[in-house]
Structures are given as C-alpha cells and as structure tokens.
Design a protein around this ligand. Structure first.
Ligand SMILES: [Ca+2]
Length: 393
C-alpha cells in the first residue's frame, strides 16, 4: 500500500490525546504507512503550541517538517478567561505544553526563526496542498476549525503564491477530511456542545472560544461537497483509552510519555488505567488505515452546527442526509459490545453472587429465629408440663 499523504491540524494545548495522535502519526510514518506533509496548530496558544508540536517532530527526527501556526484569539490565554466549570482549560493553556517546551529541544522550524516569522498555518497548508498529487491528501483535523476556515477562505494568489483559491486547492488535492468533532447522537437538552466544534459553547462564559460555533458552521458550509468528510465523534473516542502504559516510561525518555504523565498526574479523574480517551489517535489512525480493523459501522449523513451555540445535529435519516459525502464513525457493536458484554457479564455474576450470599444469610437468620421460637415454645411447654407434676409431688 502506498503511504498516505497526511496533514495533521491539532489544537495541542489542553487535552493530551493530541500528543498521542501526533506520536502515532510519526510512528505510522516510520512504518512507511504515512507520508507527513505538514502539521498545523489551530489555537491561540502561540507560540508555545507550535513549539511543543515542533519538539515532538524533532524527537521523531522530523524537525524540518513544515509546521504552521494559527495566530488569533481563539484559545489565546491572554484573552481567554473562562469561568467554572471550565477552569480545567487553564484559559487555553493546558497541563503539559509548558513542560514539553521546557524539557524537549525544538526543531529548526521554530527555533531557526523568530516567533514573529513563523509561517502561518494557512500558508503552510496552501504550500502542502500545492505540491501534492491531485486527490491524494488526507487531513486529520483534531482540533478547532480555525485553520480550515482560513484555508477555505484564502484568496487566489495569496501572498503572491500564484495558487488557486483555498477552496479550489481543497477540491483538487484533498482526498478526505477526517474530522474529530461533534456527537453522533446529540441530545441538546442533556449534552453540552462538543469541544472541538464549540469549546465551552456560545451560551457559556468562554471568552473568544465563543466564536467557535460560527467558525465550525462556516467551515462545514464552505467545504467542497466533492471532498468526503469522516467524523469521529465524541461517543466513539470516549470509550477507548490509550496511553496508560506510558506512565511506566522514565522521565525524559519521550515527549509522548512526558505529556501523558504530566496531564494524568494533574487531571487524575480524566485518565483511567488504560490512559486517556482516544478521540484524536483514533482519527489519525482512521486517516491512515481507514476501517481496516472493521471496528466502525460507517453511517452516512449530514453534519450541521448551530453557529450561535456550536451544538451539532447529525442527520442520518432525513432527505438532507443523502449524497453529502459525509459519514460518521460509530464503534461497531460487533466489537464494542463484546468487550462491554464481558464487563456486563462480570458485573452480573458479581451481583448474582452477592445476592446469593445475602439470601443465604437471610435464610440462616430465619432458621435461627425459628429454632429460637421453637425452643421457647418447647420451654414453655416443658414448664407447663413440669408445673403440675412438681405441684403434684
Ligand atoms: Ca485535539
């Protein structure tokens, strides 16, 4: 199989599954399954976000891989002041990025330039697409849609590059967009908006994050219909944990391990024994290997996002869902319930055992009570019988 031409657009900042996804992308490139064309960072955590990204690239021997930065206020810690319950975002800064930047050397793509001269993401994306073969590029979007929107809206001959408008570049060069975002079965009255589509959501006090609903809506609306989109939604990624084994790696052995260790030590409730939920690694893996494991049931439909709240609707039944080229990756029950079924069976057996013990205890108590009552009745009878005979004597 030829290597997949891969671009990764990440919000490497708050959650650590981006670290897992980037390390996985490099591992797939090492195996010859992916050809990394570029990586872009899509939040306002600038320049730390791109520096951490570059540190991971450097670790894998790809310090020269083109990287680009979003420079704007969405996720910029200086302009983001979230309120409860979103304090865990550290105003967009996250819980491991500073450590990666401090502990790991960065590639020339950042340290060789002043921060002010870092290439912007849209520049890097346009160049990467321009040099790729037609319909060859797979984009794994594992963060916000800031860069994708800017790419789609980039005009012809941006910066004098002589290239077509961004939307035409996408139509000609992109084979598929794999987008971690949205919910496959959203219930607006219960579920909060999905983070990549809306961050805290338009109704919450969320600083510039509140622009995301509009940004996501515009990106979906302007994405060329001829280029398919695979959505990896919240429900799929939250069920699969990865990275737990990285806790056993010594400090300083890998930015992948250091990232997970830093995050999970501070966000203990967010990590289980298996590690952290796997939205972004699953999206990257699908971008390269597709459904080769048969883990997903693929559901055609249409994604719609409310620009004000960022809440999404996934229409997989109505007339609008046909012929969109969009699909949602649902964990297949054939695989998912097998694992879940074992857990359910274990829970059922444990419950049955406890119930049986409880019944035995109750039964024993009842028998003891009966014996006591019989004994008391026998004592009275004996007394009744003994009384007269004693009186008779
Ligand atoms: Ca992400």
């Amino acid at each position: 199989m030829p290597a997949v031409d891969l671009v990764v657009d990440t919000d490497l900042s708050i959650d650590v599954d981006d670290v897992g996804a980037l390390c996985l992308a490099h591992a797939l490139a090492d195996r010859g399954e992916a050809q990394l064309l570029a990586m872009t960072h899509d939040t306002g955590l600038f320049p730390h976000g791109v520096r951490a990204l570059s540190a991971i690239n450097k670790f894998y021997g790809r310090g020269d891989l083109p990287i680009g930065a979003y420079v704007g206020e969405v996720g910029d810690p200086e302009s983001t002041h979230v309120e409860p319950p979103f304090l865990w975002t550290r105003n967009g800064r996250g819980h491991y990025v500073d450590e990666l930047v401090a502990q790991w050397p960065q590639g020339r793509s950042t340290t060789g330039r002043s921060v002010a001269k870092l290439p912007r993401a849209v520049r890097v994306l346009r160049d990467a697409l321009a040099t790729a073969a037609d319909a060859s590029v797979v984009i794994a979007a594992i963060g916000f849609a800031t860069n994708l929107r800017d790419l789609l809206r980039s005009p012809r001959d941006s910066d004098g590059d002589g290239l077509p408008p961004g939307v035409e570049l996408v139509r000609e060069k992109v084979r598929r967009l794999v987008w971690m975002g949205g919910r496959a079965r959203p219930v607006w009255s219960i579920h909060p908006p999905e983070w990549n589509f809306a961050a805290c959501g338009g109704e919450a006090s969320c600083g510039p994050y509140s622009q995301l609903g509009e940004i996501t809506n515009v990106t979906l609306d302007e994405w060329p219909a001829a280029v398919p989109i695979s959505f990896l939604g919240f429900e799929a990624g939250v069920e699969v944990q990865t990275g737990g084994f990285l806790r056993d790696y010594p400090d300083g052995s890998s930015p992948c391990a250091d990232g997970y260790r830093a995050f999970c030590s501070r966000m203990g409730g967010w990590c289980g024994l298996g590690g952290r939920a796997s939205w972004d690694p699953m999206a990257v893996l699908y971008a390269v290997r597709g459904n080769s494991y048969g883990r997903y049931d693929i559901e055609p439909g249409r994604m719609m996002v409310d620009p004000r709240s960022g809440r999404n609707t996934w229409d997989h039944r109505g007339g609008l869902s046909r012929g969109t080229g969009q699909e949602n990756l649902l964990l297949s029950p054939r695989w998912y319930t097998n694992i879940n079924g074992l857990m359910l069976a274990k829970t059922a057996l444990t419950s049955a055992f406890v119930l049986l013990l409880l019944l035995l205890v109750l039964l024993e108590c009842a028998l003891v009570t009966d014996e006591q009552e019989l004994g008391q009745e026998g004592g009275y009878a004996g007394a009744d019988e003994a009384g007269p005979s004693a009186g008779d004597s």
